[in-house]
Write a protein that binds this ligand. Structure first.
Ligand code: ADP
Length: 266
């Protein structure tokens, strides 16, 4: 029995996936703290305990995410771009374009028919177009990020944010709340602003079908729907696993490939 794992330490969340023969047996998502090594351990311990395993049972573990070089228990590390590509292609073999929106950046990734990376583009210079933008707006509205997506789906007359700059948009949201605009309309306006920002990045690279979204923001249906509408493209939903786990899933799949290559005893 060969058991492998992937651990993705992101800016806001650490994720772990444990697999046996390309089948997911346990997953975990925990909040990232200031120390990537501790966040990684917390996520991995949670997944191991779910699977009733210990680290000694893991034949190969691949680390990814911005904190990947600091994870002490991994066998090797791989970039999150490659891991998101690997994970998405495993779940949707026809995928060619991936929009990954995490806590501190947004990446658009293009793959060839074999799942190899063709090119990518990143926005990591500005909070708008990242999960942090949504986290700040949800806080202003005193709701959770998951509510931000759900509530927006019943909006009748979404607000228009005057600016996509996080600081100005925050002031604008407060203005609309004080003007007693329905919460659903404010949520929808926030999601549309986010989708507009991301669509600029996606258009700069050019998307090819099939398209999917990964990262924590892929759970916000309001953003996913708005993005599809703005770009006039269908975004395939990942249903088999939480899309926030895509980097960790890809990392576990890389670990599995290593065991097949003879990098470890299978
Ligand atoms: P990172 O890898 O940078 O830590 P993630 O891919 O884990 O980023 O995504 C974090 C983001 O996901 C958060 O900023 C938040 O906006 C979003 N998010 C997390 N959970 C949910 C949820 N249930 N619904 C909507 N958005 C979510």
């Amino acid at each position: 029995m060969t058991i492998v794992a992937g651990c993705d330490v992101g800016s806001l969340a650490a994720k772990a996936v444990i697999m046996e023969r390309r089948r997911v047996v346990a997953t975990a998502i925990v909040r990232s703290g200031p120390k990537p090594a501790e966040s990684a351990k917390k996520a991995m311990d949670e997944a191991l305990s779910q699977a009733k395993l210990t680290m000694n049972d893991i034949t190969w573990c691949v680390g990814t995410g911005y904190g990947r070089e600091k994870i002490p228990f991994v066998t090797e590390s791989v970039s999150e771009i490659s891991c998101h590509g690997k994970g998405a292609q495993f779940l949707i073999p026809s995928v060619r374009s991936i929009i990954d929106i995490g806590g501190q950046d947004c990446k658009v990734i293009k793959l060839d028919a074999k799942g190899n990376l063709v090119k990518f583009i990143t926005n990591d210079k500005c909070a708008s177009g990242t999960g942090r933008f949504l986290d700040v707006m949800a806080k202003v509205m005193n709701i959770s990020v998951s509510e931000l997506g759900e509530r927006s789906l019943i909006a009748k007359n979404p607000i228009t944010l005057a600016s996509i700059c996080t600081v100005w948009a925050q002031a604008d949201v407060i203005k609309h709340i004080n003007a007693r605009r329905p919460a659903a309309d404010v949520c929808a306006g926030i999601n549309v602003a986010m989708a507009n920002r991301v669509s600029m990045l996606a258009n700069a690279l050019g998307l090819e079908n099939d398209i999917c979204m990964t990262g924590g923001v892929a759970k916000n249906k309001g953003v996913v729907h708005a993005l599809g509408r703005i770009m006039g493209k269908r975004i395939k939903e990942i249903r088999q696993i939480d899309p926030q786990l895509m980097g960790a899933l890809g990392a576990a799949l890389f670990a599995h490939e290593q065991t097949k290559k003879g990098g470890a005893q299978s």
